[in-house]
Design a protein around this ligand. Structure first.
Ligand code: HEC
Ligand code: HEC
Length: 257
C-alpha cells in the first residue's frame, strides 16, 4: 500500500512538470562532447538548411516571437539548448522532431550548426515591446539581470548564459514567464529565485528594455541583408516582414510530458 502511494506521488510529480530547474545528465554529456570538437562551418551550413524553414535563412526568426532569433547567439548557449531540447529537458514539441539523430546528427553536427549560427549577423529590426515603461525596465535590468546576462545583455560564453539583447520581445516574454512558472525545466535556479517577485508590469518593462538594447554594430546585419548561403530558399511572403504572424498563431503550448 505504502509503495503504491509512493509510486503515485512520484508519477504526479513527473506529470505535473513542476520539477525545479535541473540538469539532464544526457544533455550535459552531449554538451561537453560538442565543446571538445572542432566545428566545421561548411557542414554547419548544410545542417542549418532544415532549421532555416522555421528560423529563416538569416536566423532571425519572426518578429512575432513565434520563432526566436538564433543568429549571433553564443555557441555554448546554442549547443546547450539543442542538447536540452533533444533530451526533452526543455519542451519544444514544434522543433523536437528536427533534433532527432537521423536529421540533426550527433555532437559533431551540433557543434557545426552552433558555430554556423553564432557567426550569422543579427536582425536590425527585431520585435520590441510597447516602449511606455523603459525607465523602470532599465532600472530593473541593472538591479536584477546584469550579473548573469551582462551590462548589455550580451550573455556569458563560459556559463552558457544566453545573449538576450535584440531578441524578439514576444519570445522573451514567453520564455521569462515559463521560467518564472517553472515550466521551462532547464531554467537557471538562481534566476528563478531572482525574478520570483516580478509583477506583470515589471516583466513587461524589463523585457521591453532588453528587446531594445542594440547589439554592437559588428554583430548587426545591414538593412536588407539576405543570407547569400541560401540563394534559392523559397520564402513564404510572411517570412519577409514577420507581419503575417500574430501572437495567437504561435505554435501551441507544449503539452506536459
Ligand atoms: C518546425 C520549426 C522549427 C525547426 C525546423 C527548428 N526549430 Fe529551433 N525552435 C523552434 C521554436 C518554435 C523555438 C522556440 C520554442 C519556445 O518558444 O520555447 C525554437 C528554439 C530554438 C532554440 C532555442 C533558442 C534560445 O534562445 O534558447 C535553438 C538554439 C534552436 N531553436 C535551434 C534550431 C536548430 C539548430 C534547428 C535545426 C537543426 C532548429 N532550431 C529547427 C522551431 C523550430
Ligand atoms: C543567476 C543568473 C541569472 C540571473 C540573475 C538572470 N538570468 Fe536569465 N538566464 C540565466 C541562465 C543561465 C539562462 C539559461 C538557462 C538554460 O536554459 O540553460 C537564462 C535564461 C533567460 C532567458 C531565456 C533566453 C532564451 O534565449 O531562451 C531570458 C529571457 C532571461 N534569462 C531573462 C532574464 C532577465 C530579464 C533577468 C533579470 C530580470 C534575468 N534573466 C536574470 C541566468 C540568469
Amino acid at each position: 500500500m505504502r509503495k503504491s502511494i509512493w509510486t503515485a506521488s512520484l508519477i504526479c510529480i513527473v506529470l505535473s512538470g513542476h520539477a525545479v530547474a535541473r540538469e539532464s545528465p544526457e544533455a550535459m554529456r552531449e554538451y561537453e562532447q560538442a565543446l571538445e570538437l572542432t566545428p566545421n562551418l561548411e557542414n554547419g551550413r548544410k545542417v542549418y538548411r532544415i532549421c532555416a524553414v522555421c528560423h529563416t535563412p538569416e536566423g532571425w526568426g519572426l518578429e512575432s516571437g513565434a520563432y526566436p532569433q538564433v543568429a549571433g547567439q553564443l555557441s555554448t548557449v546554442l549547443i546547450k539548448q539543442l542538447a536540452d531540447i533533444r533530451a526533452r529537458n526543455r519542451d519544444n514539441p514544434t522543433m523536437l522532431p528536427f533534433t532527432s539523430p537521423s536529421l540533426l546528427g550527433g555532437a559533431q553536427e551540433i557543434a557545426d550548426v552552433a558555430a554556423y549560427i553564432s557567426q550569422l549577423p543579427m536582425t536590425p529590426r527585431n520585435g520590441v515591446g510597447p516602449g511606455n515603461d523603459l525607465v523602470w525596465g532599465e532600472r530593473l535590468y541593472k538591479d536584477n539581470c546584469t550579473e548573469c546576462h551582462g551590462e548589455l545583455g550580451e550573455g556569458n560564453l563560459e556559463d552558457h548564459t544566453p545573449a538576450i539583447f535584440g531578441q524578439h520581445y514576444r519570445y522573451l516574454l514567453r520564455q521569462f514567464e515559463w521560467i518564472k512558472m517553472e515550466r521551462r525545466r532547464n531554467a537557471d535556479e538562481k534566476m528563478v529565485k531572482q525574478i520570483h517577485n516580478f509583477s506583470h508590469r515589471d516583466i513587461r518593462a524589463v523585457l521591453d528594455y532588453v528587446s531594445r538594447i542594440k547589439p554592437p554594430s559588428e554583430k548587426l546585419a545591414k538593412e536588407g541583408w539576405r543570407n547569400p548561403d541560401f540563394p534559392n530558399f523559397a520564402r513564404p511572403h510572411s517570412l519577409h516582414s514577420g507581419a503575417g504572424y500574430t501572437i495567437d498563431q504561435r505554435p501551441s503550448r507544449p503539452r506536459r510530458p
